[in-house]
Write a protein that binds this ligand. Sequence first.
Ligand code: ATP
Length: 581
Amino acid sequence: MMEGDSSWRFSLPAEGTVLVGRDAPADLLLRDESVSRRHARILVTEEGARVVDLGSHNGTLVNGRPVEGAHLLLSGDVLSFGAVLAVVRARVRPVAARRTLESERLMAHLREEVDRALRYSRPLSVLVLALPEPLTGGRDAVEALLTAEAEPAEAMGWLDAAHLLCVLPEVSSEPGEDGLGERVEALLAAYPQARLGTAACPTDGCDADTLVAVARTAAQVAKPGRAAAAADGATRLDLAGRMVLVADPAMSQLYALLRRLAASELPVLVCGETGVGKENAAFAVHHWSRRSAGPFIAVNCAALPEGLVESELFGNEKGAFTGATTSRAGLLESAQGGTVFLDEVGELPLSAQAKLLRALEVRRITRVGDTRERPIDLRVVAATHRDLEAEVVAGRFRQDLYFRLGAATVLLPPLRERPREVPLLARDFLARACQALGRTELVLASDTLQALSRDAWPGNVRELRNLMDFVAAAVVGDVVDPHHLPPRMQGRKGGATVARTEVAQESSSPVLDAEAPGSRLPLAQELRELERRRMMEALDAEDGVQTRAAARIGMPIRTFSFKLKQLGVQVRPGRRGPTPE
Ligand SMILES: Nc1ncnc2c1ncn2[C@@H]1O[C@H](COP(=O)(O)OP(=O)(O)OP(=O)(O)O)[C@@H](O)[C@H]1O
């Protein structure tokens, strides 16, 4: 309890009710003026402790949020009764830990934990245990084993008959660290056929659903008797040097479909918003087809010069029109033996559409100004960000061509619908950009990851890649903070130029150089910089030994090592001082 200048400990009963208030008959008596006479009630049952506000004047808050109804308290929660603060500490394992929560409650609990982890930069992991059915010893045996090992703040529940979810606050999901490794080992020893998937907040996701989905996918890719981290659930396809990251289940299915379609000769129509990865998908079809040794010719139909569309596509004879000084093959002919990618096919003029349809049907083309037909052997993959069906209805796109091109249509989801790919792509793009610039790898701060995960990404993957290229070039120092992002992502109004100016002006030591009032950094950032510096000094003083350094500055060791990792600092014990990665 922290009231004014004093702090003390108040022990909750094992079971019962505690009235919090300023006057008798309160059990937890708080003299502060901001506390109402009958302020709140804490109910302790075998399921844990819950707090209820009793209509107090200044409110009861948990982790900065007003309490609604009976709010379940977890170890580490910060309670406010008016101006009096209390930190919840669970000393004994509540009986509730021996129970599993039903999945809806568990997800609600996870949402609260995610909220807290993000708000206070605390580690949080989720673990999905995929068990072979039928369960040896039944659910009870699994639960008993898990709960026997569980820390008080941990919760677990069944997602379905074969998947158990564990929510592990204050645990970073690095193997072998912070108890997760031991937990994993014990589980796998007891269930050698089980597969485990882990995911960490915010590294692998900034919301409950994403974290669970990521951990579940990781469990799917894990071998029996093994654990896999979230990143293992992502696939990086190397398509002749094009690296394509696929982590979202919808994307995995889509790429599996593209692989199957590639084996056929069917035309493929790729639909999706701008920058969503349509060209990559088209290239995948080419790469996995028997035509992969042939050319892949990408044609942006929207960029073909007006009046020259047909000669660009089909070629022309010398003198066919003013300026046609030579005979030349068109783009379709150049794709002989390979694949032509007709990007933005919806922009083709109707006359070119008619000629294209005929070429695809008879597999021959006629150059502009020529009468001869030339055979073509190619596959067409087309793409559009438009609703081609609507274009057909509006009379802007030929229905017969639409049917021809769209024999197999795939729809790429926008980036905002694949949240788990955002942090993975961001890190991949950033690493690549840093490497290209020959600079040390930058680390995305956890607030930055949150901001990236929250964004709607109207420009999709291309926008994310461009942003990472920009921060790699512009950020001074080792960490990408939210103020390096465009104002839109910081929740501020204004143009992207503001962020760019800030980055350009940033110094390597923001706290020291931020003295001019106009150039001060946001408070949270100053604090983070101060914290970083104190941690480095402590490590230096303690010869790189993390436990001693953490104790020196009074920080829990888990928080200390979690934050070090976020800062990208590698510590080698025995050496003097930390080394940035
Ligand atoms: N899953 C992915 N993994 C890695 N890079 C990707 C991925 N998806 C897209 N990109 C990259 O994002 C950029 C945009 O992708 P692409 O050009 O394929 O999008 P598009 O939908 O064809 O765009 P447009 O609508 O403008 O034609 C490219 O640099 C591409 O390599």
